[in-house]
Design a protein around this ligand. Structure first.
Ligand SMILES: [Fe+2]
Ligand SMILES: [Fe+2]
Length: 322
């Protein structure tokens, strides 16, 4: 009998209790760290001294603006995910509501911070922002499972990006670094929900490795549609804020280990072929990331640079979840 590729990997109904547990865990965690965006704005200090906030360097401004331009498409992310999960498991649909209310604060905090610090050209930012929201976001996602795999990767990439920018601007503007770390904490809780939902599905249905591979191979950030995204990314990578080595070590490889992709035992031949393909690709990406880490830290041996990057991963991720 000929194996046919999966065409629709839906969320698995028997996993509804597990999804409910993940939602409840998420709610417990967010209740513990509940926050409001105004708490991260130095309003009292600014009343006493309107120049209280430092002017941001071009790199930090670019990073914050890029993050903001991604967050502003929230209406489209919500509408896209709502459509994808229509008729799916109830905890998943409820999570989208919680998630939207949490994400809503991110763009608000970033925009207000830039305004109060009088950073950047407010008119130009507003014009670009409007353009980006008008273009919107169209998910190239074919089923429920691809959606949770994509969002797991996206949330982790976003968390790592925020933590990298926070690290980068710590001396320049410690209050901004604090705000970015706060947002990163939201992102890691989102990631944990999706990551564990993906893991539960792979355990029940290892053939889901096939849609997982599709997402991992084609992954692009939701902000990738903004006009000058490639230039922004190249500058931020060159400045050491967030580059291919961070993406591989702190995002792809982290989830790779959590999902234990090489150990999955898919039954369908197409799924086994997809697994073989991603294992080869993962090794290749690892080599590219190690070479990139060496270029970013001249004088370091490949092994050392890779080890340092891994250490960063441990340090950064241990602070954020729970
Ligand atoms: Fe966010
Ligand atoms: Fe998020």
């Amino acid at each position: 009998m000929k194996d046919r590729p999966l065409t629709s990997a839906n969320l698995i109904p028997s996993l509804e209790p597990k999804m409910r547990d993940l939602l409840e865990r998420h709610r417990e965690r967010t209740a513990k760290v509940d926050w409001a965006y105004h708490e991260f704005l130095p309003l009292k200090e600014l009343r006493a001294n309107p120049d209280f906030l430092p002017k941001l360097s071009p790199t930090v401004y670019l990073a914050v603006e890029t993050a903001l331009f991604t967050e502003v498409n929230l209406p489209w992310f919500t509408s896209g995910l709502t459509q994808i999960f229509k008729g799916s498991l109830a905890p998943m649909q409820e999570f989208i509501h919680d998630w939207t209310s949490e994400e809503d604060q991110h763009g608000l905090l970033l925009e207000t911070y830039l305004l109060l610090g009088d950073n950047g050209d407010h008119g130009e930012r507003s014009r670009l922002r409007k353009q980006i929201v008008r273009v919107g976001w169209e998910p190239h996602i074919e089923d429920h499972f691809q959606a949770i795999a994509y969002t797991a990767m996206q949330e982790l990439a976003t968390q790592v990006f925020y933590l990298r920018v926070a690290h980068f601007c710590q001396d320049e503007d410690p209050l901004l670094a604090r705000a970015l770390r706060r947002i990163a904490r939201d992102e890691v809780l989102h990631m944990a929900f999706y990551r564990d939902a993906v893991k539960a599905h792979l355990e029940v249905e290892p053939d889901y490795v096939e849609p997982l591979v599709k997402i991992m191979l084609e992954f692009a950030m939701p902000g990738a549609g903004m006009k000058d995204y490639a230039t922004r990314s190249a500058i931020l990578a060159r400045q050491g804020v967030y580059g291919p080595d961070h993406y591989f070590n702190l995002v792809v490889d982290k989830l790779w280990k959590e999902w234990d992709v090489p150990a999955l035992m898919p039954k369908a031949e197409t799924a086994r072929a997809a697994q073989r393909k991603i294992i080869a690709q993962h090794e290749k990406l690892g080599r590219i990331a190690a070479r990139y880490a060496v270029r970013a830290a001249p004088g370091t041996r490949e092994k050392d640079a890779a080890r340092v990057a891994l250490q960063q991963q441990e340090d950064m991720l241990s602070v954020a979840e729970d």
